[in-house]
Design a protein around this ligand. Structure first.
Ligand code: ZN
Length: 204
C-alpha cells in the first residue's frame, strides 16, 4: 500500500490517514473510510460506501455497494451486508452468546446477513445467526434476537414486528389479502409489497 500525501491510500478511494486498513482488504472505488476506522484482512467492501469514524470491520466481512456504516459500529467476522444498507452509529453485531474471558471460543459457525435496502437504527444490538430481510427497518435502540422478514418494521427489546415499510422507508398499508398473502401499498410512492400472511400475523 502506498501513501499519497497521507490521505489517499488507494486509487479511487478516500482513506483517512488515521484509519488502519489491511493490505489484504479490498475496497471499491468511491468508498470513503473515516478517522480511526479499522478494516481487517480479507474484508471486502464495495463501491461508494461510507465507513464512519471508529468503525470496526473484521476479517472476512463482506459489504456490497452504496452502504453507509456510521460511527463506532462493530461488524464481526462473517457479517454479510448487501447493497444499499444503512447501519446507524453504535450498532453491534454480537458474536458470542456465551462469552467467557480466558477460554478460546470457536465463533466460526456464527453468521449474519443484512439484505438489500435494509436499515438498522442507532445503538441496535444484533444477536448471532440473524437474517435481516430486504428493506426491513430496525428502530433505534433495538435488541434483535430473531431474524427479520422482508419489509418488516421492528423495534424494542426484544425487537418485535410493529408494521411494514416500503423500500422508500414509508409505512405500508394493507390493501387486500387472501389465505396466503396480503398486498400492501405505500401511501407515499405507491409501490406494492406482497407479505406472507404467516408473517403479517406476527405484527403486534
Ligand atoms: Zn414508498
Amino acid at each position: 500500500m502506498k501513501k499519497q500525501e497521507g490521505k489517499f491510500l488507494r486509487k479511487g478511494t478516500h482513506i483517512h490517514p488515521s484509519a488502519v486498513v489491511s493490505d489484504k482488504a479490498r475496497i471499491g472505488k468511491g468508498t470513503r473510510v473515516w478517522c480511526f476506522a479499522q478494516i481487517r484482512e480479507n474484508a471486502v467492501i464495495g463501491k461508494n460506501c461510507n465507513i464512519g469514524n471508529g468503525v470496526y470491520i473484521d476479517k472476512f466481512v463482506k459489504i456490497g455497494n452504496n452502504v453507509s456504516i456510521h460511527n463506532k459500529s462493530l461488524l464481526y467476522r462473517k457479517v454479510v451486508i448487501e447493497d444499499d444498507v444503512f447501519i446507524g452509529p453504535n450498532v453491534v453485531f454480537v458474536n458470542d452468546k456465551n462469552p467467557r474471558s480466558g477460554t478460546i471460543r470457536n465463533l466460526d459457525k456464527t453468521s449474519w446477513k443484512v439484505e438489500k435496502g435494509a436499515s438498522i437504527g442507532a445503538s441496535s444490538v444484533i444477536m448471532p445467526d440473524i437474517r435481516i430481510g430486504k428493506c426491513a427497518l430496525i428502530g433505534a435502540g433495538s435488541l434483535v434476537t430473531n431474524s427479520v422478514p422482508d419489509h418488516a418494521l421492528v423495534y424494542g427489546s426484544p425487537a418485535k414486528i410493529r408494521g411494514f415499510v416500503c423500500e422508500c422507508g414509508s409505512r405500508l398499508e394493507l390493501k387486500e389479502k387472501d389465505e396466503s398473502f396480503c398486498r400492501m401499498s405505500c401511501s407515499k410512492c405507491g409501490k406494492i409489497a406482497q407479505i406472507e400472511i404467516s408473517v403479517f400475523s406476527l405484527c403486534e
